[in-house]
Design a protein around this ligand. Structure first.
Ligand code: SAH
Ligand code: SF4
Length: 363
C-alpha cells in the first residue's frame, strides 16, 4: 500500500504516471487529501470511479495516531502521536489572535544531544517518514476542524518540535514541499520556519532545495561555550555557521535569520555574552529570539530571571537589533520549547550523568 501522505506533488505525479494517469488527476487527489483532509477515496467525487477503485486497492491516507490530547490553560494544544514500536512524538498547536502556529516534529528523539534539551536526552530513535511529518499538519487541521471552504486554522508551521529537521533532510523537504504547494496547504515560505542547531552542509542544501524561513539555535555567543551547550558546534563552529547563514540569506524569503537563544541562569546570560551577540549581529542580518529555559527533571539548568532576560534584551535592542522574548506557552502540559519528550525510550543507554555542572559551561 502506498501511503499518499508520503508523496509530494512531483512524486504523486510520477506515481500516477506509472498507473497511466494524467498529472491533473494527481492534483485533484492532492487537493482532496491535503486541502480537504479526506482519507476516503469514495468521497473524492470528481475523481473517475475506476481510478477511485484502483486507489482503494493500492493506496491509503494514514497519519500517525494521537494517543493523548492535552489542552493547556492558555489554549495551547499538544498531541502525543504513536509512531510505532513504542515510539511517540509530539505536535503542538499554539493559537494566537491573528494566527495559529503548529510546531512539528521531525524525528523520534534526537542524536545531537544539546545540554539543555529534553528531546536530546532521550537519544535518537529514528527519522520520521514524510507521511509522519506532513501527517501532523494533516491531522491538526482535521482535529481543529478546518472547514471545507479551505479556511485553515494552522497559518504557520515551525519545525521546532522533536528532532533536528536537517538531519532528516529528504523527508523534511518532501513535507515542506507539501506545506507550500497550492494544491495542498498553500503556506507562503515566510510562514514556514525550519529551526536547526546548525548543520552547515544541510543549510546549504536547504537553500537550494526549499528555502523557507530559517531559525538557528545559537544559544551561545562563542565557540567555547557553544561547544558545550550545542555539541554539533565542534563539527561546525560559529565562523562556518555564520557564513552559511549569509549564504542562506541570498535565497531566503526573509532578509534576516532568527537566532534562538535559550536563557540559562549564570551560563549564557551575562552582559558580556550580550555584547558578543551584538558582534555576531554585525556579521549576519538577524533577529534574536530569547527563549526562557523551560525546565524538566534533572536538567541541571535554571531559567534566567525575568529582570536578567529583560536586561539582556535591552543591551541587544540598544544596539539596534530586533529582539523578542518568547512567551512560554503550554508549559503546564509540558508543551513548551524543549519539553517535548514523547514516550521515546532511552535507547542509547547513556549512563553518564547528563547534568552539566554550571562551572563547566560558564564562559
Ligand atoms: N532541533 C532543532 C529544532 C527543535 S528545538 C533545533 O535545535 O533548532 C526548538 C528550539 O527549542 C531550539 O532552539 C532548541 O534549542 C530550544 N530548546 C531546547 N530545549 C529547550 C529548553 N529546555 N528550554 C527552552 N528552549 C529549548
Ligand atoms: Fe536536538 Fe534541537 Fe534538542 Fe539539540 S535542541 S538536542 S538539535 S532537538
Amino acid at each position: 500500500m502506498q501511503n499518499l501522505l508520503d508523496l509530494d506533488a512531483s512524486s504523486l505525479t510520477a506515481w500516477f504516471a506509472e498507473m497511466g494517469e494524467k498529472p491533473f488527476r494527481a492534483r485533484q487527489v492532492l487537493r482532496w487529501v491535503h486541502r480537504f483532509g479526506e482519507s476516503d477515496f469514495d468521497a473524492m467525487t470528481d475523481v473517475a470511479k475506476s481510478l477511485r477503485a484502483q486507489l482503494k486497492d493500492t493506496a491509503c491516507v494514514v497519519s500517525p495516531t494521537p494517543v493523548r490530547d492535552s489542552v493547556s490553560s492558555d489554549g495551547t494544544r499538544k498531541w502525543l502521536l504513536d509512531v510505532g514500536n513504542g515510539n511517540a512524538v509530539e505536535t503542538v498547536f499554539i493559537p494566537e489572535t491573528n494566527r495559529g502556529t503548529l510546531c512539528v516534529s521531525s524525528q523520534a528523539g534526537c542524536a545531537l544531544d544539546c545540554a539543555f534539551c529534553s528531546t536530546g536526552k532521550q537519544g535518537f530513535n529514528r527519522n520520521l517518514s514524510a507521511a509522519e511529518i506532513i501527517g501532523q499538519l494533516w491531522l491538526a487541521n482535521r482535529l481543529l476542524g478546518a472547514d471545507k471552504a479551505g479556511e485553515r486554522v494552522v497559518s504557520n508551521v515551525v519545525m521546532m518540535g522533536m528532532g533536528e529537521p536537517l538531519a532528516n533532510f529528504d523527508n523534511v523537504v518532501a513535507a515542506l514541499n507539501l506545506m507550500l504547494d497550492d494544491n495542498a496547504y498553500g503556506l507562503s515560505r515566510r510562514r514556514v520556519t525550519v529551526s536547526t542547531s546548525g548543520i552547515v552542509p544541510a543549510i546549504d542544501r536547504l537553500r537550494e532545495a526549499c528555502p523557507v524561513a530559517l531559525a538557528v539555535s545559537l544559544h551561545a555567543p562563542n565557540d567555547a561555550l557553544r561547544d558545550v551547550l550545542v555539541p554539533i558546534n565542534k563539527k561546525y563552529p560559529l565562523k562556518e555557521l555564520l557564513a552559511a547563514c549569509n549564504r542562506y540569506l541570498e535565497r531566503a524569503p526573509r532578509d534576516f535569520i532568527t537566532f534562538e537563544y535559550v536563557m540559562l541562569d549564570g551560563v549564557n546570560d551575562s552582559e558580556a555574552h550580550a555584547r558578543q551577540l551584538v558582534d555576531i549581529a554585525h556579521q549576519v542580518p538577524c533577529k534574536y529570539n530569547l527563549i526562557p529555559f523551560n525546565p524538566f527533571p534533572n536538567s541541571g539548568f535554571r531559567r534566567s530571571s525575568t529582570p536578567a532576560i529583560r536586561r539582556f534584551a535591552q543591551i541587544l535592542m540598544d544596539a539596534g537589533i530586533v529582539t523578542t522574548i518568547r512567551k512560554t506557552r503550554g508549559d503546564d502540559v509540558d508543551a513548551a520549547c524543549g519539553q517535548l519528550a514523547g514516550q521515546v525510550q532511552d535507547k542509547t543507554r547513556r549512563t553518564r550523568n547528563r547534568v552539566v555542572p554550571i562551572s563547566e559551561v560558564r564562559e
